[in-house]
Design a protein around this ligand. Structure first.
Ligand SMILES: [Zn+2]
Ligand SMILES: [Zn+2]
Length: 119
């Protein structure tokens, strides 16, 4: 059992908060072995809960989208100011437009071929 008090105590004394035995690594709250273990654990966790994590990150992305939109910042790069009332900055909108155009053209070619086959 690791209570919050223990956590603070170990942290302040530079002792690993996970095992409470070894000295913590520099700039970490855990010893090297525990860092490795917890890394492995989180990888396993990610593998097991893939769907959940995806859903969570989807929700987070959505939230981020609305926050950025509200602040008038590009929702794609999250860095540059978006164009007047748009959700994208100049660079991102140019990039996305280009990609959309490519997709559109591919789509046109694809449907054209199907059309020709039908005839
Ligand atoms: Zn440890
Ligand atoms: Zn952008």
């Amino acid at each position: 059992m690791c209570s919050i008090n223990n956590y603070e105590y170990y942290k302040n004394h530079k002792i690993c908060v996970r095992c409470g035995q070894e000295d913590a690594e520099r700039n970490h709250t855990m010893c090297l072995e525990c860092i490795m273990k917890s890394r492995e654990y989180s990888l396993n966790y990610a593998r097991k809960h893939k769907k959940e994590i995806q859903e969570k990150s989807r929700v987070r992305a959505k939230k981020r989208y609305y926050q950025l939109k509200e602040q008038g910042i590009c929702t794609s790069c999250g860095k540059r100011v978006s164009r007047n009332n748009k959700v994208l900055c100049n660079q991102c909108s140019a990039r996305i437009n280009y990609r959309k155009r490519q997709e559109y053209l591919l789509n046109v070619y694809a449907t054209k071929r199907i059309y020709e086959i039908r005839v």
